[in-house]
Design a protein around this ligand. Sequence first.
Ligand code: SAH
Ligand code: SF4
Length: 359
Amino acid sequence: MSAISNAITDLALKDIEELVEALGEPQYRVNQILSGVYQKLAVSYNEMTDLPVSLRQRLENTIPLHSLTQVQKLISKDGTVKVLFRLKDGKTIEAALMLYSAGAGRPRTTVCLSTQVGCPIGCPFCATGQQGFERNLTPGEMIDQVLYFAREVRKDGEENRHSHITNIVFMGMGEPLANYEALMQAIDMLTSPRCFGTSPRNIIISTAGLVPLIQRLSKEKIKVGIAVSLHASDNKLRNRLVPLNKRYPLEELIPACTEYAKKTGRRVSFEYILFAGINDSLAQAKALAVLLSGTNCHVNLIPANRTTNAGFQPPSRNKVLAFEKELELAGINCTLRLSRGQDINAGCGQLRSSYIAGI
Ligand code: SAH
Ligand code: SF4
């Protein structure tokens, strides 16, 4: 069983099999437990009525069902829901739910979740980066963020177009690839049809660019998508914006992304946050297009969210549109992303920052 087991969601499939065996129960209980936790989204063992009462009690005495408690919940005008959770050791993390109507297409109901408390990378524009690094999350602490929102959307009933979670993005607090083992266990449980059953096609990991781990991820059986936080097209500027670049510079990062796309068959996304006067000139758009030419990638342009670091402001609307046009003219596929939930501090780590500042 895992060294740290805050909750039943910290257990991998084989751990649950061992637990069932240790409790002297037949193996078909494994599927009943998995279905109770991941599909019926039980809030207590008592709700798992296909289990005998005595087993429900023994599970209750053996391992908690949940690892998170909700501290604060904010709902934005655009429908984004942001929640601050407390972990068993008192630390706090945040996660968000985003609803996309997508016109006539299928609506997407996306959970954006955290993978660490704080972050070791320390990007100066990022509220999480400014908080320093405290610890990795366990698999269960990641999974429980998804299950929390799955319960929330289910509550709204059958009529609701957003009644189940369709997409999972690891884009909250922390650097997912720096917590590799736990991340993979969480993805395993979230994609397994016996558990939560999300398609790997609908999962994206955002990374600041840990090259060796991008390479390792490309060899995993479960092929998830990656979004690489680029934000600059030259090493000098990227060293400043994403300090990890000093270890894994662009000449290593970009080929690793091309290789990832080739090995997994999944197009890589690049995130480019636009900061006024820092990386938003037309010359920088041209340089970005040159850097990415031939990578068959997609660029997401994101005007910066304001944080406490006043040096990083979003450009004017005109400047943003001009940058987008320049990239398109150069043949780069790109989308301008509206920052969601700005009115509720939905930017990465911002809710936690304001919570910590207030206590
Ligand atoms: N550590 C990973 C994933 C978490 S950060 C990464 O950096 O990719 C998730 C996203 O939030 C990243 O693309 C990051 O650059 C972005 N982000 C952080 N601070 C931001 C800000 N002030 N405005 C807009 N996006 C921000
Ligand atoms: Fe960490 Fe990502 Fe924030 Fe950089 S942007 S400090 S890598 S969470």
